[in-house]
Design a protein around this ligand. Sequence first.
Ligand SMILES: NC(=O)c1ccc[n+]([C@@H]2O[C@H](COP(=O)([O-])OP(=O)(O)OC[C@H]3O[C@@H](n4cnc5c(N)ncnc54)[C@H](O)[C@@H]3O)[C@@H](O)[C@H]2O)c1
Length: 218
Amino acid sequence: MKPIKISEAVVRRLPIYLRFLNELSLSNIQTVSSQELGEKLDLNPAQIRKDLAYFGEFGRKGVGYNVDYLIEKIRQILKLDKTMNVALVGTGNLGRALCNYNMYIKDNMKIVAVFDADTSKKGTLINRLTVQPMQELSDSVKRLDISVGIITVPAAEAQNVADQFVAAGIRGILNFAPVVLKATPGVRIHNADFTAELLSLAYYMDNINGSKEGDETQ
Ligand SMILES: NC(=O)c1ccc[n+]([C@@H]2O[C@H](COP(=O)([O-])OP(=O)(O)OC[C@H]3O[C@@H](n4cnc5c(N)ncnc54)[C@H](O)[C@@H]3O)[C@@H](O)[C@H]2O)c1
């Protein structure tokens, strides 16, 4: 299939559509309109129609979209038709919480290896994963075909871990440490910055009638 160029804002909404469509499919609901999607997801139906038009004009006026077809298309676009193996470095409070959360299994992203620099943690188990020393990172990445790395170490150590991920051949990094990592060509870095989200939430609470997430056009 020829890759379709999609804007970042749309790519960020696709998992939200997918989660709801999966719920509909589990309830044996076969069609959904952009109106229904909009009401449930608090998004503008016109925006939803524009987003879904990327996959061709398959919604039928008055009938809506075929749920299973849409699920299949979104999964193809997000490349969820194959499982992606994930490594996590930093098995402290946050790292352990992420390992214990099974979203990754459901969404074809699976944490398959965990690492920590603290030698006293070596060999301990977190949700059936054995904590490995950092020296084993590179070998495990190759052996287990790991393509995504999660960073849950203190901010001062995050760049060091990112460099080790890149050297091991990892092409996607999700960074939870509150620090900006150096960009590396060919490597995609996403930041999940809890503190920054809270600070911007505080701003929008004072501007409650202003824009909200999902209002983004593009
Ligand atoms: N983004 C968020 O939502 C969010 C929320 C809480 C914490 N954080 C951040 O996540 C990170 C982890 O927080 P935490 O509370 O789990 O910390 P923690 O101190 O409980 O755990 C950190 C772990 O990283 C390990 N570590 C340290 N340096 C390392 C290195 N160079 N290589 C491998 N392992 C190393 C430590 O041994 C420890 O097990 C911090 O940067 C914190 O600021 C982010």
